[in-house]
Design a protein. Structure first.
Length: 173
């Protein structure tokens, strides 16, 4: 699977508190989306187009385990590509069905507004403006299958382990 989109760049050590502030914790998932990165990029959500790609530095997603990955997916971002991704946040990306790749050097290879292509089969990232291609870290097939299914609840429903993934995901909010 390939995801191609305009890039938005972020630095290193981006905390989940910046992605989804505590003040949004008790809002519905759809309402939470309006608060993504409000502290450090006010109004950003209004400028994001479906399929856009978030490119970041090292340790993206550090901090709490709040459902920020769900908010990024609901915002319509196509995927996250970062030099490195905090382990807990990466697993939350998988669980919420949000595509994410670790790709050392990606933050230096892109300027905001470049077009990125992330290939989740070959585990490569290409800057379509410059032509530079980078090798990303492979993702285990089981985790990719969960992401492809739309997240953990959807995957479990497809496997016959739960009846209604929508009821389960609502209970998790």
């Amino acid at each position: 699977m390939k995801i191609t989109g305009r890039t938005w760049t972020f630095g290193e050590n981006i905390n989940t508190d910046l992605m989804l502030p505590a003040s949004a914790n008790y809002l519905t998932p759809q309402e939470q989306v309006q608060h993504v990165f409000a502290a450090n990029r006010p109004g950003w959500v209004a400028t994001v187009n479906p399929g856009d790609v978030l490119v970041a530095g090292r340790n993206f997603g550090m901090g709490s385990s709040r459902p920020a990955a769900r908010s990024l997916r609901l915002l319509g971002l196509g995927c996250l590509i970062a030099d490195s991704i905090n382990g807990l946040f990466f697993r939350n990306c998988v669980n919420w069905g949000f595509y994410a790749l670790e790709c050392p050097g990606v933050s230096a290879a892109f300027k905001e507004g470049d077009e990125a292509q992330a290939d989740f089969d070959a585990f490569t990232v290409t800057n379509l403006r410059s032509g530079q291609a980078l090798k990303a870290a492979p993702i285990p097939e089981r985790l990719l299958n969960i992401t492809r299914a739309g997240g953990l609840y959807e995957f479990m429903a497809a496997e016959g382990l739960i009846d209604d993934p929508n009821a389960q995901s609502q209970a998790a909010t």
